[in-house]
Design a protein around this ligand. Structure first.
Ligand SMILES: NC(=O)c1ccc[n+]([C@@H]2O[C@H](COP(=O)([O-])OP(=O)(O)OC[C@H]3O[C@@H](n4cnc5c(N)ncnc54)[C@H](O)[C@@H]3O)[C@@H](O)[C@H]2O)c1
Length: 370
């Protein structure tokens, strides 16, 4: 008899792929999801991409009865429920704290009473804030940041007080967190709440710090979602992707198929009581990714470099993935080239309402984009 695994937030982008991965490896999958309208549209229907063998419990993670039903008889839990907009979290503070923090608290009070084999929580690169840097002296710097004055002068790079530019390095898990948004704070809370509870109650727990995840099923009309989905919805509407700062920000885009595999490995490996980076190991600038996406979509559209900046935005952050290799046996298999081709094939069948301008106006009205 196969074992049942619960994925909270499993009707969303990453969860739906983890469900496919687990079903393909002989697990039964149950999903608890509220089908939030910002992700699933106003009609909030079961998404057609969700595998038909997934048992969907539709409800809010903060509803005790729904949680009890969802946890009944499961051997492991993936906790993916979150509101995911960094910018939006800076004005819907109550809502973000309620779903992300209180939702996790309610889940954990119940998990603590169960004998489950593994708890896996979706954490995020956002907990790092700025990545790791090297000072001109060769010393490592874990606390780099930019002042508002610097940003106003469009001095985008990290600098010493003497004006020398710092060199970005791959960020390892031991880098001190620097929480630059309510979203980042809530992700750090989610991971630490899960690790602390897991430790106290003997539930082996793994926090996976995802970097920029991309692939099919990402909500294209949600302007608060990942940068590649936002660029895609602009390009599908023949609009130029809008880039903050100068576009030279370094990121790591990891295929959702690799992320789904990492999630299964976290369940099946002995890893416990640990937070682990999940990325592709490839680094690219925001400008380059916008150009690569336009090319695979066959759009002759240049990105627009706005020179604006968003409060709390990160200059460079990309992961050191050696711990994932060591404790999960994870190594990325999907190159950016293949991943973008696969994304383009999916995008060619999608329609996206481009909500970027509304999002920009919303943030600017609050002084969060300058
Ligand atoms: N996509 C990325 O690049 C990325 C990067 C780092 C971390 N993460 C984390 O991974 C997880 C999954 O992200 P995603 O991109 O799949 O997001 P998503 O928005 O596609 O999925 C989240 C799901 O949670 C559901 N949900 C929201 N509020 C709920 C509530 N109150 N009760 C029950 N369900 C609710 C939504 O309906 C949605 O289906 C999140 O925890 C996110 O913070 C994602």
């Amino acid at each position: 008899m196969s074992q049942t695994v619960l994925i909270t937030g499993g009707a969303g982008f990453i969860g739906s792929h983890v469900a496919n991965e687990l079903l393909a490896h002989g697990y039964r999958v149950r999903v608890l999801d509220a089908l939030a309208s910002q992700v699933h549209g106003a009609d909030r229907k079961r998404p057609c991409y969700l595998h038909e063998d997934v048992e969907l419990i539709r409800g809010d993670i903060r509803d005790a009865d729904v949680l009890d039903r969802a946890l009944n008889g499961v051997v492991a839990v993936y906790h993916f429920v979150a509101l995911v907009g960094v910018g939006q979290s800076m004005y819907q503070i109550e809502q973000y704290t309620s779903v992300n923090n209180l939702g996790t608290a309610m889940l954990l009070e119940r998990v603590a009473k169960k004998r489950i084999r593994k708890l896996i929580v979706a954490s995020s690169m956002s907990v790092y804030g700025e990545g790791l840097y090297e000072l001109p002296s060769g010393e490592i710097c874990t606390t780099a940041g930019r002042t508002v004055e610097q940003l106003r002068c469009h001095e985008w790079e990290m600098k010493t007080s003497g004006g020398q530019v710092l060199r970005p390095l791959p960020t390892p898990e031991w880098k001190t967190p620097a929480l630059a948004s309510i979203y980042a704070l809530s992700k750090f809370d989610q991971e630490q709440m899960c690790l602390i509870t897991g430790r106290a109650y003997g539930v082996p727990t793994v926090a996976l710090r995802f970097f920029n995840v991309y692939g099919p099923n990402q909500a294209l009309s949600n302007p608060y979602t990942g940068v590649l989905a936002i660029f895609a919805s602009r390009l599908l509407n023949n609009q130029r992707p809008m880039i903050f700062e100068d576009g030279a920000q370094l990121r790591d885009f990891v295929s959702v198929y690799d992320v789904a595999r990492a999630c299964r490995l976290a369940l099946e490996s002995d890893a416990a009581d640990v937070a682990v980076n999940i990325g592709s190991g490839e680094t690219i600038t925001i400008r380059q990714i916008a150009e690569r996406l336009a090319a695979v979509l066959d759009k002759d559209v240049e990105p627009e470099i706005t020179g604006n900046y968003r409060v709390g935005d990160i200059r460079h952050c990309y992961p050191d993935i050696s711990l994932a290799k060591k404790v999960l046996g994870y190594s990325p298999a999907v190159t950016l080239e293949l991943g973008l081709e696969d994304l383009a094939a999916w995008l060619s069948e999608q329609q996206a309402h481009d909500n970027f301008q509304e999002m920009q106006a919303e943030l600017a009205g609050r002084g969060l984009v300058v």
